[in-house]
Design a binder for this molecule. Sequence first.
Ligand code: GLU
Length: 511
Amino acid sequence: MEKKIRVRFAPSPTGGLHLGGVRTALYNYLFAKQHRGSFILRIEDTDQSRFVAGAEEYIYETLRWCGLEPDESPLHGGPFAPYRQSERKKIYREYAERLVHAGQAYIAFDTPEELEAMRSKHRTATNPSPQYDHQTRTHMRNSLSLAPMETKKLLEAGAPHVIRIRMPDNETLQLNDMIRGQVEFNTSLVDDKVLLKADNMPTYHLAVVVDDFLMQVTHAFRGEEWLPSAPVHLLLWRYLFGEEKMPAWAHFPLILKPDGNGKLSKRDSDRLGIPIFAMDWKDPASGEIISGFREKGFLPEAFVNLLAVLGWNDGTEQELYSLTELVEKFSIERVHKAGAKFNYEKAKWFNQEWIRKISVEELSFIVRKIYNQYSLHIPDEIFLRSVILLIRDRCHLLPEFYTQGRFFFEAPRQWDTESISTKWNAAKTAFFISYIEKFQDISEWNAYNLETVFKELAASQKIKAGELQLPFRVMLVGEKSGPPVFDIAGLLGKSETSKRINNLLALTENW
Ligand code: GLU
């Protein structure tokens, strides 16, 4: 029997989830579901200094909103619990010590001051940030440079220490990446990363390898920013569990600024006024809010869709995919190597398409909530759906259902009179007075009949219907824009239409 596919999304709860993070979750999910495997959420919270309250809940809510429910997680439980690394603390030390005994890692006692002294001593123009590595380690205070007795004494005295990997000198390591193919690394270029910190907490490097092993992860997919540390992970696999047990790797491309100039960052969100997080994130310390797609008015279907194609396509022209369809068509091999530029206009296009695509039932559920927020009175479900059908092609973002549709629920209190007042005359007033009279007898109140009566009346009074339509629209909407004007009147009904005509006629008396 083939081995069950197990993938993990392993975020650190340090703040909101940006596009890249959610895309990593999505690709993991798609791969898992496609192979009837398990999608694991592991919370990588070993760096306590970066702990941010609320960040973990934010992750659950984002995944729920996107429909990417994990099979195993701190919340969902599972056979390999706990799934929060801070709760697995006691597991890691043993592995780090095993490496020390084998000479593949060592104990380092350097204080922050000593580390800084090393950096300033070795800092040159060509080497602005000297590393703790094969060149410098011999000058530092660690179990490689100190006599064994001295190390022992320090340990017995409880001297604070970390455990570092001993990167081999000048070895070439090869990693087979499912997207990038063979990637080579020279071990001399990689520093002796800390594996276990003084507080006994592992660093990401040790924890990720140990947990991927213990949780039987078969495929490890993550962002490209982790590629430089891959050689460390590869060695840890080799030393601890054997490379043949290692999961298959893939590193997803970066998401770039709209102009392609570097990685999309939080700052771009402010600078360009675009969301880059899944949902609004309020930093508990600074109170700063980074805007998210959900609050901007994106449908989760659209968000998932636009993320999926940021760095992947199925080789056809198709752009719109449902989650179910993505599960069927996604393939890691077709994920691009090059970074994907984020285009907000295109993102809104996806949302508009999805607003058109989902059923009016679903949409009315969502739009009702928006209208409720603004305390608009919704007479009945049929009316609401009719409004939605009239305006939905005009909406890119959900809040536009309010701006584009509010006049159906409340008569305008302000009018764009500028566009009509200069050309106003008594003939127009007379026209609208007789229009109200005429439409009293319309047998069936609908857009077609309203338009017919309007045009016949205009012809009989020798006024161009075109010149009357704009005022009529301003009467009903308050503005020059909106769906076809007779459709609007058709929905508003006889008495409301009369009322709105009269409201504006009252104003024209002063023109
Ligand atoms: N904890 C890492 C992060 O925050 C996860 C990287 C990985 O998936 O291995 O991005």
